[in-house]
Structures are given as C-alpha cells and as structure tokens.
Design a binder for this molecule. Sequence first.
Ligand code: C2E
Ligand code: MG
Ligand code: MG
Ligand code: MG
Length: 281
Amino acid sequence: HAKRSGRNIFRFFAADMNLIAKRKILIISRLRQALERDAFYLLYQPQIDLQSGKVVAVEALIRWQDEELGNISPTEFIPLAEENGLIILIGEWVLREACTQLKIWQTHYAEPIKVSVNMSAMQLKQENFAEKVEYILRKTGLAARFLELELTETAIMNDPNHAIKTLTQLKALGVTLALDDFGTGYSSLNCLQKLSLDKLKIDKSFLDNIHQKAEDVTIVRATVILAQSLSIEVTAEGVESLPQLEILRQFPCQYVQGFYFSKPILPGEVLKLLQSEHRFT
Ligand code: C2E
Ligand code: MG
Ligand code: MG
Ligand code: MG
C-alpha cells in the first residue's frame, strides 16, 4: 500500500514538473517574439522625497502583455530571459524606452526628475556595457544626470573587479547608481564605497513589518545611518501604509517608494501627477 501511494505521489510530482517545464518552454518561445510584436511596455513608479513630498524620480518597470498568455509578471519572465540571454536585448529596449519617455516628459514639465532603470547581472557582465549606455543616452538626447541605474548585490558580487571597472565608467558618464534590494544579497560593506554607489534601496522585506517588529526598525535605522556616513542616499522600497511611513520619518529616511504613495503607473498618469505638483507628505 505504501508503495502504491508513493508511486502516486511520484506521478503527481512528475505531472507538476511537466506543467512547470511546459509553461517555461512556452514563455521562452513567446518571449523571443515579444520585442518584434511590441508586446512590452513600461510602467513607472514614483519615488518621493520625504522632506518635500515631491516626486524626484520614477522607476521604470517592464510589463509584458502576450496575446496568448495574457499578462506575465517580470518576476516570472525576467529570470527566464536571463537564462537564455534575451535579457540583453530586452534590457536595451527598456533603457532606450525609459530615456525617450523622460525626454518627452521634460518637454512638458520643467522640474528635473530622474528615471531609474533596472539592470540585470548579465547586462552588467558585458565588456562594453558602459559604451552601450553612452550610445543610448546620445541617441535619445537624455542628459546622463537624469538616468539612474539599479543594480543588485548579486550582479556586482558575481565579478566584483569587472563591476568596479564598469561602474567607474558609468559614473564617468554622469549617470547615478543605486543598489537595489539592499540587504537580500550579500555585499561586503567595504565594497560599497569602492563601487561609487549613489543610493541604496532598502528591500521591501525589511519594511513589511517595520511597524510591528523592533528588530526590523533596528536594521533599517542602522542601514540609514551607515549610508549617511558613507554619503550614500537611501530609498525605502515597498512602503504600503502610514504606520510604516511614520517610522521612516523618525530616522529620517530620505526617499520612499511604494503602493502607499503610488503603484507603477502609465506615462500619461506620471505627467498628470507631475503637472499637478502634488505633495505627498
Ligand atoms: P524591483 O526592481 O525591486 O522593483 C520593485 C517591485 O516591487 C516592483 O514589482 C513594484 O511594482 C513592486 N512594489 C513597489 N512598491 C510596492 C509595494 O508597496 N507593495 C508591493 N507588494 N510591491 C511593491 P514588479 O514591477 O513586479 O517588478 C519585480 C521585479 O522585476 C523588479 O524588482 C525587478 O527586479 C524586475 N524588473 C522589473 N522590470 C525590470 C526591467 O526592466 N529589467 C530588469 N532587469 N528587471 C526588471
Ligand atoms: Mg528596482
Ligand atoms: Mg527592489
Ligand atoms: Mg529586484
């Protein structure tokens, strides 16, 4: 009897694996055509300066609407695009699109805001990555100081020497650098300064229970103090409620981003928000 149920469990498991593998293959094959089909678009999530309440930047977040599969989350397709190298082309599309979009907003809105773009580990690994960024800035006509690149600790720690070289080249162009999902990877603190980072984005997981959990308050406060002492700016990611915000105000944390302020929104909505001169705090 035990044997039979064991076999059933195995069959169940195999069927699941089969489904997962099938979806993966399907996604990858659709992903290959997504760029040509114009199936990607960007949403933008505001980053707010806590002191002024103003929008100082927007983070570009990719969306994929596939004719057959519907909406697919970047958390599902970005890892697959990384696995097969498509992320290079997708990443370049995102960068060009985000820079072009900010140029358009700039013709309608005078105050300077930045656009911040997520870079994958594989993009950073390229020998000529900084040249590619420079080329896109030149093509779109966006001044480098309006572009922020978000990198993860893992992407940097993959090959710290190459990362240091590339990040130095990027800094020379005039773009700013943010370390995304800070606290979830591993990075040696002494690397932070060598990397000439401008900003840390504290991962949402440290913010989730900050209004209920003293340890999380301690971690976030310590991170803010560390960053300040290294002259690095800080953004708290994934702020969803007023109690969370109130704790961040006490540190104080410089920038905030999260559903409490705004979800990622369409370009037209960003422009309306900017033109309304809305103060969030
Ligand atoms: P990320 O760069 O850390 O982006 C933040 C994610 O958290 C976004 O999810 C955003 O919608 C979500 N978020 C922001 N505030 C809140 C909040 O208050 N509550 C909750 N529950 N979520 C919040 P999204 O857009 O699904 O993106 C997920 C991840 O996919 C991103 O994490 C990033 O790692 C990756 N990604 C997105 N767009 C791109 C891209 O263009 N290129 C690359 N390489 N990766 C991207
Ligand atoms: Mg990000
Ligand atoms: Mg993040
Ligand atoms: Mg992330």
